[in-house]
Design a protein around this ligand. Structure first.
Ligand SMILES: Nc1ncnc2c1ncn2[C@@H]1O[C@H](COP(=O)(O)OP(=O)(O)OP(=O)(O)O)[C@@H](O)[C@H]1O
Ligand SMILES: [Mg+2]
Length: 461
């Protein structure tokens, strides 16, 4: 039998190394340095057991455990705690962790704990392949926006939805690239066929190749049965090559071939298997720069970027902040069966003044925090997560020039300011792109030359 696979989730890189040294030959070790990455790996790989550190950056161990269970991971989870964290460990056990171990480990004890957890879960009749978590089904309607730039993107996506053109979705982390990719799939004629995401950054090169293309029996030692790859699974549907900028150079010609010839070969296989797959790629890096710097093949770039969608960061579409905030707050509150609180003016100001480096994902987390922790019917700024309040005031707040706590401004006014800010920024950007040529900048912005001139004057640009 293949060795069982253990996912070690710890932001301390030595930990995975320690496991792979200690259990070489007994178990296969895969490592994740954050909860988010762990969930990603659970989606791509069959995992038999999770070793979970409770203190993680971003989503902590408890959140990660909850999310893994919610998404259907039913295998054993062993929590790793530092001395003195027993209380959290107990909370984790209540959420369905099998056991806990205290750092620093006694290796023999650790081995016993792992063995017995795996044996117990094996007896419970769980087969290996049921451990992979299910993807959330998301539809176009889940993506909401009021930003003109985003609406323009939506319109473009809808226009190309009936074609099979490859789409490259670019944007900072948390801007909604995956959601956009799903929207592209679910608004296409392929919507009743699979949407298959693959995170190109999460897997080491050797695993990535067999994930993508599959293998035939006997392709390498341990390949007992044939296994279809993700391209085959996506047949008739859409494959999302997520974090495509991290695709190892050696893999790139293989993807190019699949995209151009629409055939793949399994590892160790001899047959050419036809696949009908639409490719959507996502990247939080500027792929063109990767090409210029020799890290990404130009031919593949042109094949993937037939249509490019660039999702602007949240701080450049401030008009979306409050819309998304109330949407998420309502959603989380209704999950919890409680009435959604309203946001005071100073709170909306604080949300608008913040830069949101983690974009929509960060905003969503902040609203979950409020839904869980704030019992008031009106949310005041002090209930917001600290990191938002302690952040340096952003450009918007400096432009607004007043202390929102002392001089409350209305929601309408804050929306107006956010809108003005975005508009100003886009005008400056357009003028820069077209070297100050107002006719072309106006064309690009979709307004008349005259109204562009008026705006330049009004904003003193
Ligand atoms: N316009 C939107 N409307 C509603 N929800 C959104 C929107 N944009 C993003 N989200 C939500 O924000 C979270 C982050 O989105 P997503 O995972 O698609 O981002 P991403 O760009 O792929 O991030 P990363 O680069 O980190 O992988 C998700 O929970 C998603 O549902
Ligand atoms: Mg993503």
């Amino acid at each position: 039998m293949d060795p069982e696979r253990i996912l070690v989730v710890d932001d301390e890189p030595n930990m995975a190394w320690l496991f792979s040294q200690a259990f070489a030959g007994d178990y296969e070790i895969v490592a994740a340095s954050s909860g988010e990455q762990a969930l990603e790996l659970l989606r791509c790989l069959d995992i038999d057991l999770i070793m979970l550190d409770l203190r993680l950056p971003g989503a902590d161990g408890i959140d990660t455990l909850r999310a893994a269970r919610k998404h259907g991971f039913s295998g054993p989870v062993i929590v790793m705690t530092a001395f003195g964290e027993i209380k959290t460990a107990v909370a984790a056990m209540k959420l369905g962790a099998h056991d806990y171990v205290t750092k620093p480990f006694d290796m023999d004890e650790l081995r016993l704990t792992i063995e017995s957890s795996l044996r117990l879960s094996g007896e419970a009749g769980k087969t290996r392949h049921s451990s992979r978590v299910l993807d959330d089904v998301v539809h176009l309607r889940d993506m909401i926006t009021v930003s003109p730039e985003m609406l323009r993107i939506f319109a473009m996506v809808e226009r190309v939805s009936t074609s099979d053109a490859s789409v490259l979705v670019q944007g900072e982390s948390g801007t909604g690239k995956e959601l956009m990719a799903r929207a592209i799939h679910y608004s296409s004629p392929r919507k009743n066929k699979p949407f298959v995401p693959v995170n190109c950054a999460a897997l080491p090169e050797s695993l990535l190749e067999s994930e993508l293309f599959g293998y035939d029996e006997g392709a390498f030692s341990g390949a007992r049965k044939r296994k279809p790859g993700r391209f085959e699974i996506a047949d008739g549907g859409t494959i999302l090559l997520d974090e495509v900028g991290d695709l190892p150079l050696a893999m790139q010609p293989k993807i190019l071939r699949a995209a151009e010839e629409k055939v793949i070969e399994r590892l160790g296989g001899t047959r050419r298997i036809p696949v009908d797959v639409r490719i959507v790629a996502a990247s939080n890096r500027d792929l063109r720069r990767e090409v210029n710097e020799g890290r990404f093949r130009q031919d593949l770039y042109f094949r993937l970027a037939v249509i490019t969608v660039s999702i602007p960061p949240l701080r450049e579409r401030k008009e979306d902040i409050l819309v998304l905030a109330s949407h998420f707050l309502q959603e989380f509150c209704s999950d919890l069966g409680r009435q959604s609180p309203s946001l005071s003016d100073s709170t909306t100001d604080a949300l608008l003044a913040y830069d949101w480096p983690g974009n929509v994902r960060e905003l969503k987390n902040a609203m979950q925090h409020l839904a869980l922790l704030c019992d008031d019917s009106v949310v005041e700024p002090h209930s917001l997560p600290d990191w938002i309040l302690l952040a340096e005031p952003s450009e918007l707040a400096r432009v607004a020039g007043d202390d929102p706590l002392k001089a409350p401004i209305s929601l309408k006014e804050s929306r107006r300011r956010a809108f003005t800010e975005t508009e100003k920024r886009r005008i400056v950007e357009a003028l820069r792109i077209f070297d100050g040529n107002r006719t072309r900048a106006a064309e690009y912005l979709g307004i008349s030359r005259r109204s562009l001139q008026l705006k330049i004057k009004r904003y003193g640009l």
